[in-house]
Design a protein. Structure first.
Length: 257
């Protein structure tokens, strides 16, 4: 059994794989205050709750954009399994060339997404990941990582708006009756949902224009089902793209020492 964990600024997602197939998955809030002991007990309880024996773990794969939490989960992984703990960071085998000015700058989750998208959909491919930020990651025709774009996420942008405007308030991200809002709530919903969909379409169009060949466009992340139905430029939603990429990287590093 392999436990794959992706730690984001807002949410932590995890999945358990047996013989390459996902058998369980979880999405929880990222808690920066949880201690190493609490984290280990938390992970063991997740596994036991679904009928899995934590002592049967053969390894852990981890990606994170929260450094303080990364260190904690690395320690926990070492105590949770006698197998290998693979943390996506410089030096880990990915089989992907990173063609940006400073390869160490690219987030672990972005490398994982790019690798998984290339393996599942071929190249060229663009991944848009809807999370705290909305990230675009580009794999060129030759399979190399070319870079991408980072925009404020839907929730971050909307919370910033309502925090700075006294007469506005947070709303449920639900499509309004019409793009022409008939009240404040509908007006915010229209601007948030259709505005973010327009952002995605605009950036996708500019990226595709820079790449030779037909580009596959894949969406992932917790907010993908909310936003993608209003986009014109996304081919498919792949809910578990990041976790599958972590499994691939674990297997690549485990099989190669």
């Amino acid at each position: 059994m392999i436990l794959c964990i992706d730690i984001g600024n807002t949410n932590t997602v995890a999945a358990l794989y047996v013989d390459g197939a996902m058998v369980d998955h979880w999405r929880l809030h990222t808690d920066r205050r949880r201690t190493s002991d609490e984290t280990r007990l938390w992970l063991r309880s997740l596994l036991e709750m679904e009928g899995h024996d934590p002592d049967d773990l053969d390894g852990v794969a981890l990606s994170s954009v929260v450094p303080s939490v990364t260190a904690r989960f690395r320690q926990v992984g070492d105590r949770l399994t006698n197998g290998r703990v693979v943390v996506v960071e410089p030096g880990v085998k990915t089989g992907m060339s990173i063609l940006i000015d400073n390869p160490r700058e690219v987030g672990a989750d972005r490398v994982v997404n790019a690798l998984a998208a290339r393996e599942r959909y071929g190249a060229p491919v663009v991944v848009v990941d809807f999370g705290t930020s909305t990230n675009f990651d580009v794999v060129g025709p030759d399979g190399a990582y070319l870079g991408g774009a980072i925009a404020p996420g839907l929730i971050v942008a909307t919370e910033a708006l309502t925090a700075r405007a006294a007469a506005l308030r947070n709303v449920e991200f639900f499509p309004p009756r019409s793009p022409i809002g008939k009240g404040t709530v509908e007006a915010i919903q229209s601007g948030a949902l259709y505005g973010h969909a327009g952002l995605v379409d605009g950036i996708m169009e500019r990226i595709a224009a820079e790449i030779d060949g037909e580009v596959t466009r894949v969406a992932t992340g917790g907010l993908a089902p909310t936003i993608v139905p209003h986009c014109r430029s996304v081919d498919t939603i792949d809910e578990f793209l990041t976790l599958d990429g972590l499994r691939m990287i674990f297997e690549m590093n485990h099989n190669n020492g």
